[in-house]
Ligand binder design. Structure first.
Ligand SMILES: Cc1cc2nc3c(=O)[nH]c(=O)nc-3n(C[C@H](O)[C@H](O)[C@H](O)COP(=O)(O)OP(=O)(O)OC[C@H]3O[C@@H](n4cnc5c(N)ncnc54)[C@H](O)[C@@H]3O)c2cc1C
Length: 418
């Protein structure tokens, strides 16, 4: 029986295992965390907003039929079968309003599981996989190297497989870096990083938008020429920090039951540089480290919007109170850490959005920085038959559903070529 290893147990691995579990193949899952719950933070462990769209989620085409099937799969693993739902820009009036101001509205259907329900979903999926005798889980197993040797692939723990599928997400960047240094020919593109802020406003400012579509996704070509986009809108949500080991960034999530008075969303500027630049992760990390240097280790910068716009340090807040815990931020000035072109792009975006959603540019709204989204290097899956990459680490996906679908499709390919 062919032995296949899948490295990492996240969204892509779930899609892969679900599709392949009934085949006559021996599957071994290696996950660096000690159990399913303590695995690295990602959307499959926090927030859990599933969306069906052909306009976002990754750089590959996934038909909506498969996307919907996978959404139903996750929902079927909730206890209550209850999720929050919404659509963005199905309302033509809204679409036209945003379009007229230069925004590119993105259409999608949303299904929000919520951080509090995700644990049960993961547990239920895991329990189901465990029932299959050919699927073996190995926790506490961080894979640090993968070596191709003739017909076999050898992992850093010495185990040998016919095929290895790497599904380590973004938190597995160290392993991917190691693989790339051994097999540089697999990289097809690496020039992009998204830099920006997490923005927090009182619910009532965006109430209408939240009711209409739960998550509004828009892109906007700012006056600097850079593309700016919203990401991960959290009505009545919370801002949180995210620890990458050597730096800390900001993020947001929402719970199904425990609600706050604020809405937060990311405003991200896509920086795409050209040759000889080849280190977007390095560039983003330096900016994050600079922000942490100013805020203090493990903390992020918080600033009111007017101060952010006018390059002045915030010393106090007014009507909007942060949902991020007090010991995780310092009142400061993001201008000391971010390049001017990024700042101008964000300000241009907020001012333009305020023309459609009055109050978005209120002086006391809150800006948290840094929020950074690293794009993984785009990796070539055609190069080797026994070393494959799925999900976010492949550079092809950026969402739970796309990553799950990528895993699913890879399993299908393997089954076909068995
Ligand atoms: C805080 C946060 C919130 C998000 N919210 C959403 C959302 O609401 N909706 C959405 O669609 N997307 C969201 N995303 C993005 C989404 O989580 C990812 O696109 C998706 O999970 C990618 O799936 P993946 O399987 O590639 O990686 P992951 O789901 O991240 O899984 C990778 C797994 O590999 C393990 N691993 C890493 N390195 C190693 C190693 N060397 N050896 C062994 N195991 C390793 C990790 O511990 C992890 O369990 C969010 C991301 C973050 C960070």
């Amino acid at each position: 029986m062919q032995k296949i290893a899948i490295i990492g147990f996240g969204a892509a691995a779930i899609g892969f295992i679900e599709r392949i579990k009934n085949e006559n193949l021996e599957i071994h899952v290696f996950e660096k965390s000690k159990d399913i719950y303590s695995s690295s933070i990602s959307g499959i462990r926090a927030d859990g907003k599933l969306f069906v769209s052909t306009e976002m989620g990754g750089d590959m085409y996934i038909n909506t039929e498969l996307q919907k099937k996978l959404v139903d799969y996750y929902i079927s693993h909730t206890d209550s079968n209850t999720v929050e739902t919404g659509n963005s820009f199905t309302n033509e009036e809204y679409y036209k309003q945003f379009y007229a101001k230069g925004f590119q509205p993105i259409t999608a259907d949303f299904y929000h599981i919520g951080t509090d329900q995700l644990k049960d979903v993961l547990y239920s999926i895991f329990e189901d996989f465990k029932k299959h005798k050919n699927v073996h889980f190995h926790f506490n197993q961080e894979i640090t190297k993968i070596e191709r040797k003739k017909d076999l692939v050898v992992l850093s723990n010495g185990e040998k497989f016919d095929k290895v599928v790497v599904a380590v997400g973004r938190s597995g960047h160290k392993l991917v870096k190691q693989i790339i240094s051994d097999y540089p020919e697999i990289v097809t593109d690496n020039t992009q990083v998204d830099l920006g802020i997490r923005y927090e406003v009182p619910n009532h400012v965006v109430d209408e938008l939240n009711k209409e579509m739960y998550e509004f996704k828009i892109r906007y070509k700012s006056k600097t020429g850079y593309m700016v986009r919203t990401f991960c809108n959290n009505p009545s949500g919370y801002v949180v920090t995210e620890n990458y080991g050597d730096f800390t960034t900001v993020n947001g999530h929402a719970k199904l039951r425990d609600k706050s008075k604020n809405t937060n969303f990311a405003i991200l500027v896509t920086v795409k540089l050209t040759q000889p630049f080849n280190d977007p992760i390095g560039y983003g990390s330096y900016i994050a480290k600079m922000s942490n240097l100013l805020a203090g280790e493990g903390k992020v910068i918080l600033q009111t919007y007017s101060r952010f716009k006018n390059s002045k340090r915030s010393k106090n807040l007014y009507r909007v109170f942060p949902t991020l815990e007090e010991d995780k931020f310092i009142l400061g000035d993001v201008n000391l850490a971010f390049p001017r072109r990024i700042m101008e792009s964000i300000i241009d975006f907020i001012e333009k959005l305020d023309e459609i959603v009055p109050g978005v540019a209120n002086p006391d709204n809150l800006v948290y920085a840094p929020e950074i989204k690293f794009y993984s290097n785009a990796l070539d899956n055609e190069k080797y038959n026994n070393l494959k990459f799925v999900g976010d680490c492949s550079g092809a996906t950026r969402s739970i559903i796309y990553a799950t679908a990528h895993g699913w499709l890879m399993a299908e390919e393997i089954i076909e070529n068995k």
